[in-house]
Write a protein that binds this ligand. Sequence first.
Ligand SMILES: [Zn+2]
Length: 161
Amino acid sequence: MDGHRDCNISFHPDETKKHKGICPKCKKPLVIGVMNRVIELSDRTEEEAKEHGQSRVPYTSLVPLVEILADTLQKGWATKTVQAVYHSLIAALGSEFHILLEVSLEDIEKASTKQIATAIDRVRKGNIFIKPGYDGEFGIVKVFANGDERGVARQQGLDLM
Ligand SMILES: [Zn+2]
């Protein structure tokens, strides 16, 4: 998603185009989502979309699961903690795409924590913050804006280990 966190603006790339890349609140250029860290994948093929009278293939923006876990647990994606939770989720629930798109929040919570389930729910709803990288640094994906919310997640995440 593109947008301004301070203005509470979060746009789908199509909406960004409609607004010519300008924030309707503060009139400054919008922060464009870091697409190299966000996977766009089609729900259906171009053919199927045409059958439904749509010219455009709808897609879902996904944040890689390790990024979600890294932000929720407040640890780097390559850390043992994040990798262990990642692998335990895959082992319990199936593929990453299946977890991100289809598994019920209840099942995700059972296999991990309520905060991780909440984080995946936020990603599904596009309720996340993406900060672009600068000067060769990678961008940052933020699932939680609220530090307290994340603090609870971190504790629960450590309890998993
Ligand atoms: Zn703005």
